[in-house]
Design a protein around this ligand. Sequence first.
Ligand SMILES: NC(=O)c1ccc[n+]([C@@H]2O[C@H](COP(=O)([O-])OP(=O)(O)OC[C@H]3O[C@@H](n4cnc5c(N)ncnc54)[C@H](OP(=O)(O)O)[C@@H]3O)[C@@H](O)[C@H]2O)c1
Length: 228
Amino acid sequence: MKVAVVTGASKGIGRAIAEALAKEGYSLALGARSVDLLEEFSKELEENYGVKVLNSHLDVSDPQSLKEFAGAVLQEFGGVDLLVVNAGIPMGGRLDEVSDEDMERVFQVNALGVWRTIKLFLPSLKERKGTVAVVTSYISTMILANAGAYVASKWAARAFTKTFQAENPEVKFIELRPGMVDTYFYGRPGRKIEEGFMKPEDVAELLVALLKLPKHVLVEEVLFRSVY
Ligand SMILES: NC(=O)c1ccc[n+]([C@@H]2O[C@H](COP(=O)([O-])OP(=O)(O)OC[C@H]3O[C@@H](n4cnc5c(N)ncnc54)[C@H](OP(=O)(O)O)[C@@H]3O)[C@@H](O)[C@H]2O)c1
């Protein structure tokens, strides 16, 4: 049975990806800060799809939390085939107005969190010739006024992803670059396709399709959005 790790699995895109992978029969290790949500969700997945699910508190901005999470996952499953690096936070504001604390926070989660997560699971992924899917954003090569801290953190996440790929050819790195997705990212979900939003399930469906491509095919990145 293949083992997948999903960070930020309590809500939104991570949750939809976890469910899609459960449907595909993956054993799962799910991490996020909202342990109550994770606990309930894990039970649901185990009951509905008969898969094994480990869930654990995880704060990707905290190196110790990540270390403990990775240790628990590797001890439980012995290795990892697929790592979905998804946990992330929004951050708005002009660059000349964003506080040091906010800049630090968004980089700890969206950039350093990505680097640390991949680094910790890399030995196992190399051993199993696994796959890493990193959810960056359509914005990871673009500029957007009033969101500079977020945008720069996603450029950094992209750079980490591409550099890991260059240094580790035996592992496949896929950068997922969605446009707007209806999640808690924009407050409470409930936005429509007509407003330019995809559903989190759309991102999950895309990833599952990519995972079914022949072994010798590497899709380095996918930039995708809603049309209506
Ligand atoms: N929604 C969009 O339009 C959109 C577009 C492009 C890219 N993205 C990216 O997609 C990813 C998922 O976002 P989403 O849209 O699904 O938003 P969401 O509904 O707010 O979900 C974010 C997930 O990340 C987790 N998370 C946040 N900070 C964390 C931390 N420090 N440690 C561990 N987990 C953490 C949250 O769980 P807890 O709060 O329980 O920790 C939650 O499960 C993010 O990287 C985001 O940048 C989103």
